[in-house]
Ligand binder design. Structure first.
Ligand code: NAD
Ligand code: IPM
Ligand code: MN
Length: 362
């Protein structure tokens, strides 16, 4: 008996395409051994598609994706397309319309990978950021008027709803409960953003009462950046609103060795609203190295590991979880080859690193 996996693949732009090719190569290798039959459909959304058609992705095309078990995304961003068109028109549209309310971003120092933090080891850098993924400054509320005049005015509003905060915080507590340390830190800026910060802090405190086994903490986001660079061992699970989460997870990627390893998932854990989760590296389309076989595909491959595990959890299919574990183990078996090298400019080719992971899979 085989387990079907119906996958939508959106390679996107630049290095997004190169790293996605490697992730698919790993999937092709790992699936048969676990009795998984992959049915992958490629969608050409991204910069080229937009320049050709004038469309990014339509509502109907988003709805079509609901029929898949999971989405694998490379990255979007094209040098000839104005900033925001693809980022908001594709990536954020998918996150919002598919109600992927959790952005799960592990920060983990793998064996052999150099961290820029002197003296820190894999034991010190092992935490998970749970970033709220549907609200906050990302809603786009606001506008710009009298553009180009001395009277120009622009506003962009931060939004927190009790519903949105609660489901995110609850997910973070559930996650913290499953980890050995059982520690959860709320990161916000309650000393200035007293309205949204108040909603987050009150909701967090109320939900905490239902999780007596989970130890909690609170850090302002500026202090969090400082601690992440000086004592990352302070963190186990972090829960954070969208905008601050975007910023601290780039810092997290840097602390764990670089963008070449940072994986992420945009999850709808309960598949509400007939949703589907989407997995992507944290990095963008990297026009500075696109087309040069320089991008490290480990972030995309580790995102594939997360895709398999999370889809397995939703479908309650152990074979998917085991295949995800196998991919994650192969990634960690490869990272010692980066000892003494930079993870993101290692000198290894994109395809060469893909081959190293294939080898490790056996
Ligand atoms: P970026 O992540 O693409 O690149 C930042 C730096 O990290 C670059 O120097 C790049 O070469 C390096 N880098 C990133 N990933 C790497 C990898 N796998 N291997 C080796 N080096 C890697 O971010 P940016 O330059 O700020 O943005 C480029 C474009 O991507 C923009 O259009 C931006 O909007 C878009 N973007 C998209 C996503 C996404 O689709 N999820 C995320 C971030 C940025
Ligand atoms: C990320 C990216 C996106 C974000 C952009 C491209 C919309 O930076 O996935 O971290 O801000 O969430
Ligand atoms: Mn980002």
């Amino acid at each position: 008996m085989t387990t079907p996996l119906k996958l939508a693949v959106i390679p996107g732009d630049g290095t997004g395409q190169e790293v996605t090719d490697q992730a698919l190569r790993i999937l092709d290798a790992v699936a048969p051994g676990h009795g998984i039959s992959v049915d992958a459909t490629r969608f050409g959304y991204g910069g080229e598609h937009y320049l050709r058609t004038g469309e990014v992705i339509t509502d109907e095309q988003v709805d079509e994706l609901r029929g898949f078990d999971a989405i694998m995304l490379g990255a979007v961003g094209h040098p000839d397309v104005k900033p925001g068109v693809l980022e908001k028109g594709l990536l954020l549209k998918l996150r919002f319309q598919l109600d992927q309310y959790i952005n799960l971003r592990p920060v983990k120092l793998y064996p052999g990978v150099d961290t820029p933090l002197a003296g820190k080891t894999p034991e010190d850098i092992d935490f998970v950021c749970v970033r709220e993924n549907t609200e906050d400054l990302y809603c786009g509320n606001g506008g710009r008027a009298r553009v180009g005049t001395a009277q120009e005015i622009s506003t962009q509003e931060m939004i927190a709803t009790r519903f949105g905060v609660e489901r995110c915080v609850r997910y973070a507590f559930e996650l913290a409960k499953t980890r050995p340390r059982k520690h959860l830190t709320l990161v916000h800026k309650t000393n200035v953003l007293t309205h949204c910060g108040g909603t987050w802090f009150d909701t967090f405190s109320e939900i905490a009462a239902g999780y007596p086994d989970v130890e909690t903490g609170y850090h302002h986001v500026d202090a969090c950046c400082m601690y992440m660079a000086t004592k990352p061992e302070a963190y186990d699970v972090i829960v954070v609103p969208n905008m601050f989460g975007d910023i601290i997870t780039d810092l997290g990627a840097a602390v764990a060795g670089g963008m070449g390893i940072a994986a992420s998932g945009n999850l709808n854990p309960d598949r509400s609203a007939n949703s589907v989760s989407m997995f992507e590296p944290v990095h963008g389309s990297s026009p500075d190295i696109a087309g040069q076989n320089k991008a490290n595909p480990l972030a995309a491959i580790d995102s594939l590991a997360m895709l398999l595990r999370e889809t397995g959890r939703v479908k309650t299919e152990d074979v998917l979880i085991r295949a995800g574990d196998a991919v994650a183990t192969a990634v960690q078996a490869v990272t010692p080859k980066f000892t003494g090298k930079r993870l993101d400019r290692s000198g290894y080719g994109t395809d060469e690193i893909g081959a190293m992971v294939l080898d490790a899979l056996g």
